[in-house]
Design a protein. Sequence first.
Length: 325
Amino acid sequence: MNMQQVSDNCFAVMNEKNRVCDANSGFINLGSGVVIDTQSDLAYAHQMVELLSKIWKGMPKRVINTHEDADHVWGNQLFEGAEIIAHRSMPERMRHVADPRETQKLLKSANGFLSRLLLKVIHPGALAIAQQLQQDYDFDGIKLVFPTTLFDEQYVLDLDGTEVQLIYVGPCHQVGDIIVHVPGEGVVFAGDVIFHKCTPMGWVGTYKKWFESLDLIISLDPKVIVPGHGPVCGVEGVKEMKEYLEYLYEDTQRFFNQGLTSLAAAKRMDIGPYSEWRGPARLYLNVERAYREFRNEPEDAPWNSAKCFDSIYEVANARGLEIEF
Ligand SMILES: [Zn+2]
């Protein structure tokens, strides 16, 4: 993990490994200190606070959660007494998708001798992701701490005269997606609306909405964008991500029209230069998302996460890739 200053008062805390759960955080060095996203576990959250201590005395008093995924909210409990700001949908969604007990259970199964053998047979992908997560994370002791300030479309903070705009753009990658814009410093903290140099993973929403959100970020003309995952970028990173999603959506339509399953399409699709991005087999998720649209399913149709990770595992095997999520 490292910290990077991206403007006069904005900082990025980067997780360079850039696999599942390796989310970035942000920090605004104004007002009473604002942390954007709180990492995946308590050890990582502590490490982030340690990095921030170089530029900020004491604990920041404000937290913004860009959306409900575990890797952005599981460090919330470290910021006791802080105001936590997020979209209105967040408490309900966090209960639904970020219940730590589910992940704790999976990791326990991956450790038990018999349960591991069983998992290997029934859900090899779920076992593989559990084993990957165990290399870096410890999810014991995590309690869900919910946002204290909720908003609908837009929320504005005045930090010592510097305006910070929180803009709701979801559902595009998740239900609660917001971006944090600091216009005076030309910075956007994009949460998981942007994955840079790594394969995006979108759960709820439509491609159309995701494209609109990317266009909105481009229209804000920021100098620096801190993505939810991957290195800091400029507008070119947003355009690259949009090209990836456009390419994928169009090619997926072709496979869908040919009657292939989403899994078969994800195994076969030529993804050219995007195969260099981290976790290329995660494209299964994006293919399946497009299939859901072609089948006119609701944008919040639930995922069976074990099956989903099994499919990514199968795609990686079929493509001769290292198993990595
Ligand atoms: Zn994330």
